[in-house]
Design a protein around this ligand. Structure first.
Ligand SMILES: NC(=O)c1ccc[n+]([C@@H]2O[C@H](COP(=O)([O-])OP(=O)(O)OC[C@H]3O[C@@H](n4cnc5c(N)ncnc54)[C@H](OP(=O)(O)O)[C@@H]3O)[C@@H](O)[C@H]2O)c1
Length: 316
């Protein structure tokens, strides 16, 4: 099995201008912040990695060596949470295979998802869901899987009992529901109130703070862990800040890059358990992981961050 010590050298090489993992850049070992999963008390590192977006595109391109360095960089810098899904195409199979090659599949915290039900599957779609679940086990090579979610609300009535059964049988440690469509907020809120969920997965970002109104406080009340998706709005925030420097005052909470600025905004909310930005680059992953170290902005600073980003002249 790969140890964190074993893989430092090659990941450092892949990291380019950031020559070493951040704990060496900073001259001492720094520990990623971790948060508790309310339903168990288990803690997980607050920054993870997303398997869609640019990571998914890299998987589509078949650039296995770069993907291997990304996975290795996650692990050697203390990250464990990897968010994937059947719907992400080759991404889940390749990341599962790479983790097994590196001998780290058991150490990672795998969050995967059953597909939203598709009308063309007809009445047999529970069988399709069962097959997808089995395919995820085969691809990831770990049992129990850490977290099995229903993708984008799916068909909660049919699919939630299926993943609950997985949990009851000890084949999934946690279960949850994800969504990314603000016009279906009410469905997520209803499920959070009515069902027993360990996790939800939602979008939240400095320019997309709506979840802080109802969903995040409700998660705290109901003891549901929260995975944050799209902390950069995919390309949206990068376009917004293109050509602009991170403000000087962000040093007050040790944000040295825009990625750290955006991630610290997200994880400052106490309901947030983990955030899984996607990246296809080891250097960017190190940057992101460094966003999970040190002080976080307070509520006055959070408002300042929102206002600052909102006031930036749009690149377009
Ligand atoms: N409903 C759902 O279940 C759902 C919905 C959406 C997303 N998700 C999950 O959440 C993950 C994250 O969302 P996302 O992939 O849509 O978008 P995202 O994480 O907000 O943004 C990813 C983009 O940011 C860039 N980036 C990452 N780190 C950077 C850095 N340090 N500096 C500069 N650029 C950086 C990436 O490019 P580079 O590759 O060049 O770094 C990529 O273009 C997904 O991969 C997926 O796992 C789940």
């Amino acid at each position: 099995m790969l140890t964190r010590r074993d893989c430092i050298k090659s990941a450092a090489a892949a990291a380019g201008s950031i020559a070493f993992p951040f704990q060496l850049v900073h001259g001492q070992t720094a520990t990623l912040l971790a948060r508790e999963i309310p339903s168990s008390g288990e803690t997980i590192p607050i920054i993870g990695l997303g398997g869609a977006g640019s990571f998914g595109r890299l998987a589509d391109s078949g650039d296995i060596e770069t993907l291997r360095e990304v996975m290795r960089t996650l692990y050697l810098n203390g990250g464990t949470v990897f968010d994937t899904a059947e719907a992400y195409g080759p991404s889940e199979g390749i990341s599962g295979q790479l983790a097994q090659d590196l001998g780290i599949e058991e150490q990672l915290f795998w969050s995967t998802k059953v597909n939203s039900a598709k009308p063309e599957w007809g009445p047999s779609y529970p069988d399709v869901t069962q097959q997808q679940i089995q395919d995820s086990f085969d691809r990831i090579g770990k049992s129990p899987i850490d977290l099995m979610q229903i993708h984008n609300l799916g068909d909660i009535k049919t699919q939630l009992p299926m993943i609950q059964q997985l949990k009851d049988e000890g084949r999934a440690r946690y279960i949850g529901i994800t969504y990314d469509t603000p016009d279906r907020n009410h469905e997520l809120i209803q499920a959070m109130r009515d069902e027993t969920l360990d996790f939800i997965g939602i979008d939240y970002a400095v320019d997309n703070p709506a979840a802080a109104e109802t969903i995040l406080p409700l998660a705290q009340d109901r003891g549901i862990a929260v995975i944050i998706y799209q902390p950069f709005g995919r390309t949206r925030l990068w376009s917004r800040v293109a050509g602009h420097q991170v403000p000087e005052w962000a040093q007050e909470f040790n944000a040295n890059s825009w990625a750290q600025f955006f991630l610290k905004y997200v994880i400052a909310h106490p309901a947030v358990t983990v955030v899984t930005p996607a990246t296809s680059k080891p250097t960017n992953l190190i940057d992101n992981l460094a966003g999970g170290i040190g002080p976080l902005p307070d509520s006055a600073m959070l408002r300042r961050m929102e206002e600052f980003v909102a006031a930036l002249p749009s690149a377009g």
